[in-house]
Ligand binder design. Structure first.
Ligand code: ATP
Ligand code: MG
Length: 425
């Protein structure tokens, strides 16, 4: 019979890989908490309409990447392709955003996202993101603080020297509209040089033409009307103040006038942290300001900014650059070898140790086997110490200690003295 395989682009996380994930996730979590962000969790499924309205019909995600289906009630549902729309939906639903315009929220979430893309290194169909959103802050200070926070995370992970912050301003809706008209006229005049995707985007989402990787299209960029020439005064001041703050904070950046981001909802600040260590999938974190989105989803006008970062790409970077702390590879500290009719004593001893030493990882040998067979398992388990318990030891209230990873005499101690031995280690 043919064995059933996982769906293309959807990966299992195996025990050998989970320590890196746990290390990364807990590092991210502790940085987010240290900046005062609070966790939210939303369902993986939402009404399709949420993403159509929230992300925009003319985006790659909504046009061709969503996992959408009709459920048994005939409702159109979609596996979330990103978190921002769900976050706004949840905040609105629970009245977290508007209290005479004074409420602010600093929120984060994490979990799987689903996009039907061509799977490759760093690009999956089920991938994982940490997302961060700040609502109710209009000024550039929060933009700067978000970027300071990401820079601080890269520094903690040892990644800062391998990444670059690219930043741009998309202006307000009017600025984008005027620029859009100028872009359409310009690209219309050179339509024959545009690739197929860009021709299609010309009238739906011309800004996205700047995302094209095709040389003939890219050759047109140098002369194309730049959004920066259309910026409204407010956006211009916001951007200048943000760059000044980043300079003062020592957060390095490159202004990239071609950076437009894939989603419709952005305004003013947009940014991406990119690396040259991952080939074509070089963006590890991307986001920006989306002052219009809450209103677009039926709420009151609320300034907002956020970003998403790709966990798989960060895991790849940490692994390839060898930045994972070595002790993480070890997943067990103590293996209890229990020979003879001493199972209950071994399990009680194990629990006592776990209670006494928080974080100590203890495994009791389960299944049969003589002393030699059990010691072999202990060695294979990766534990640094084997505790040996037989009927004689139990009768004498003793336990044998064997060091598995270092040249050191084995010893026998009384069960009561065992805690002290572990305290010294
Ligand atoms: P890309 O240009 O690489 O397709 P994107 O602009 O579509 O990225 P966002 O929607 O901004 O990505 O998502 C934020 C982050 O999530 C990205 O910077 C990336 O690190 C990660 N990410 C996005 N799509 C995928 C995917 N299919 N597989 C793995 N990670 C992804
Ligand atoms: Mg994409």
């Amino acid at each position: 019979m043919k064995k059933i395989q996982a769906i293309t682009g959807m990966k299992d996380l195996l025990p050998g890989d989970s320590p890196v994930w746990q290390y990364l996730e807990s590092s991210i979590r502790s940085v987010l908490l240290s900046y005062g962000y609070r966790e939210m969790r939303f369902p993986l499924l939402e009404q399709t309409e949420l993403f159509k309205r929230g992300i925009g019909e003319a985006t790659d995600i909504v046009e061709k990447e969503m996992y959408t289906f009709e459920d048994r009630n005939g409702d159109m549902l979609t596996l979330r392709p990103e978190g921002t729309a769900s976050c706004v939906r949840a905040c609105e639903q629970h009245q977290m955003l508007f209290d005479r315009g004074t409420l602010t929220q600093k929120l984060w979430y994490s979990g799987p996202m689903f996009r039907h893309e061509k799977p490759q290194k760093g690009r999956l169909r089920q991938f994982h993101q940490f997302g961060v959103e700040a609502f109710g802050f209009a000024g550039p200070d929060i933009d700067a603080e978000l970027l300071q926070m990401t820079a601080s995370l890269w520094r903690k992970l040892g990644l800062l020297e391998h990444v670059t912050l690219q930043i741009n301003s998309l202006g307000n809706a009017d600025a984008r509209k005027a620029h859009r008209q100028a872009l359409i006229s310009y690209f219309e005049a050179h339509k024959d040089k545009l690739d197929e995707d860009s021709q299609r985007r010309l009238h739906t989402n011309p800004l996205r033409i700047f995302d094209s990787k095709v040389d003939s299209t890219r050759a047109l960029f140098a002369q194309a009307p730049m959004l920066s020439d259309f910026l409204d005064d407010d956006s211009r001041e916001h951007f200048a103040a943000l760059l000044k703050l980043l300079d003062q904070l020592g957060v390095n950046y490159e202004v990239n006038p071609l950076l437009v981001r894939g989603l419709d909802y952005y305004s003013k600040t947009v940014f991406e942290w990119v690396t040259d260590k991952l080939g074509a999938q070089g963006t590890i974190c991307g986001g920006g300001r989306y002052d219009g989105l809450v209103e677009q989803l039926g709420g009151k006008q609320t300034p907002a900014i956020g970003f998403g970062m790709g966990v798989e790409r960060l895991v790849l970077m940490l692994t390839e650059l060898d930045l994972v702390p070595a002790q993480l590879a070890q997943q067990l500290d103590v293996y209890i070898v229990a020979v003879g009719d001493v199972k209950a004593e071994a399990m009680s001893l194990a629990d006592k140790l776990r209670d006494q030493h928080s974080g100590l990882r203890v495994q009791v040998h389960c299944g049969g086997g003589n002393f030699r067979a059990q010691m072999k398992k202990a060695d294979k388990s990766g534990a640094s110490v084997a505790l040996v318990l037989g009927e004689d030891e139990v009768a004498r209230n003793e336990v044998g200690i064997k060091y598995l990873r270092e040249e050191r005499e084995q010893q026998t101690v009384s069960t009561d003295a065992l805690a002290a031995v572990f305290n010294q280690e």
